[in-house]
Ligand binder design. Sequence first.
Ligand SMILES: *Cc1c(COP(=O)(O)O)cnc(C)c1O
Length: 401
Amino acid sequence: MTWQAKARELDAADPLRAYADRFRVPGPELRYLDEASLGRPPADTADALARFVDREWAGRLVQGWDSWLDHPQRLGDRLGAGMLGAAPGQVVYSDSVTVNLYKLAMAALRHSGRRAMITDDRNFATDRYVAQGIEALGQADLRPVEAHPDKGVDLNSLGSLLDEEVAVVVLSLVDYRSGALLDMARANELAHEAGALVLWDLSHATGAVPIALDATGADLAVGCSYKYLCGGPGAPAFLYVRKDLHPVLRQPIWGWFGQRDQFGMGPAYDPVPGIERFLCGTPSILALAAVEPSLDLLLEAGIDRVRAKSLLLTEFVIDLVAAYAPYLRLASPRDAEGRGAHVTFEHPEARAIAAGLAQHNVLVDYLGPNRIRLAPGALSTSFEQIWEAVRHFPPSTQIRG
Ligand SMILES: *Cc1c(COP(=O)(O)O)cnc(C)c1O
């Protein structure tokens, strides 16, 4: 059987294949394998935004705030229930991932009275910079844990760094580079044995893999909604704080959206008891209007079905790359259960390969200096599209190194 026939066979058996039509795919079709950087827009998003501008913004003007005020928490609860394994009242959309990391890391440090903060030396840049900034303010001592470029953080190495000085451990559930998926339950357990909290970055995991924050005893989490959640460029991020931590954690940015009697405009900051104490200033209600249609789609499809298809998609990518571009080295865990929804390959000519693919309308992500990341969206990508993309990799005869 040819690879194209195999792709068609997989498409015919795909229970989610009809979802591709519910995304907006204008013009001559791009073969898109970079959902890990920016998800495609659902077809309903444009109408949802136009409706919001018309009925809500123009139609209600300032009176709209009567209902808009609870959008960050209402949508947070839906995301929490469907994607994060979080009971209501613990998730809220707010700010960017970067700002939420800062707020929750600072809250954890101040609460514990401890000074050490662990994060891995290969974590996403913004996670490392936020940690460095907190250290530069004199609020923490950083303890880096070494991560393997292809396999991510080894929990035994993490365990050996944990002691009674550690306040918080910042980990990405899915590594942005290799796709390595950590064992959330085990990492929480290790940190808790040392009396530390874990702050999870779920940016590459949300909408890609099932997450069980409550069931694994997670403490804190942040995540991004413009990748697999398809909320649009710069879509509002979200944060999770376990309920019993609300009364004891205070975040450092004291703003009126965290205030108990917000419109009383009283003299002193007195945060609400619930999850909204982790808000700062006015959220973008317009941007949240774009978050909802994609959440509707993902919740309807269900994260378990999304994960099942995603595992088949990345296995197919690996098989096709082995056939069409055998010079690429797999730089992700080989075991499908050990990775998220993307796979990464290494080659010294990675940059030229990615640029060459773009000439054929194939978009992959180049991760300098020598990797390319392939991230097919489970709802928007067919197996045949993946074949269409991978067959444009240059043949071995054109590759140096
Ligand atoms: C995409 C991503 C971010 C993005 O942070 P922003 O503040 O939204 O720019 C943060 N952390 C990780 C791990 C990411 O993958």
